[in-house]
Write a protein that binds this ligand. Structure first.
Ligand code: ADP
Length: 196
């Protein structure tokens, strides 16, 4: 089962995706984490991505698509994955859909985490002081929110148009409570959690 965790920067999608992936027993595939790992290992992709990420822009679609495609080819992804931070543009979504269609698969559902802008700003500026991510600056965030509205929000409309199940979840509140909201929405939709 291929599922997407969707939401603006600072919505907590990384935190929630890692928890929900464990509950569903599928790998959590986070595009931003994979790109940061490329940067840390100083690979060719990492060197190309770093200045773009620091400025709050998007890494070119073809690079990200190739990175995700090779991740989906790994044996642990055979039963599905929970994607986080991908697809982030409509061309990425079309590439994903084509990749999955070639395997007779499709995106099964999308969780959309909803958090107001004021709360996003507070969270990211707080994260800047604790995690030291090089893109967590006031300017970086402002740019990421613009890019989110312009390039990423249409991805949700793409899946809505395709008839994909979408669970809109209130992303404000206690971290555990939000995880439960997501699990409840999924079980309501017939997605079973791993029982072990
Ligand atoms: P955020 O919490 O801001 O959404 P992420 O870790 O998901 O953080 O992403 C950090 C940065 O990595 C993005 O601002 C972007 O520069 C780059 N990035 C992540 N995923 C993608 C993608 N699918 N396409 C292009 N760039 C991406």
């Amino acid at each position: 089962m291929i599922a997407l965790m969707f939401g603006p920067p600072g919505s907590g999608k990384g935190t929630q995706a890692s928890r929900v992936a464990v509950r569903l027993g599928i790998p959590h595939v986070a595009a931003g984490d994979m790109l940061r790992s490329e940067v840390a290992r100083d690979t060719a992709l990492g060197r190309e991505a770093k200045p773009i990420m620091d400025a709050g822009g998007l890494v070119p679609d073809d690079l990200v698509v190739r990175m995700i495609e090779s991740r989906l080819d790994q044996p642990d992804a055979a039963n599905g994955v929970l994607l986080d931070g991908f697809p982030r543009t409509v061309p990425q979504a079309l590439a994903l859909d084509a990749m999955l269609a070639a395997r007779n698969d499709r995106v099964a559902w999308v969780v959309s985490l909803e958090v107001p802008d004021d709360e996003l700003k507070t969270r990211i500026l707080k994260r800047a002081t604790t995690e030291g991510r090089s893109d967590d600056t006031a300017e970086g965030l402002a740019q990421r929110l613009i890019v989110y509205r312009q390039d990423t929000a249409p991805v949700l409309e793409h899946y809505r148009g395709a008839g994909t199940r979408i669970a809109a979840i209130n992303g404000v509140g206690d971290i555990d409570a939000i995880t439960e909201r997501i699990m409840q929405a999924l079980s309501h939709d017939g997605v079973a959690a791993r029982t072990a």
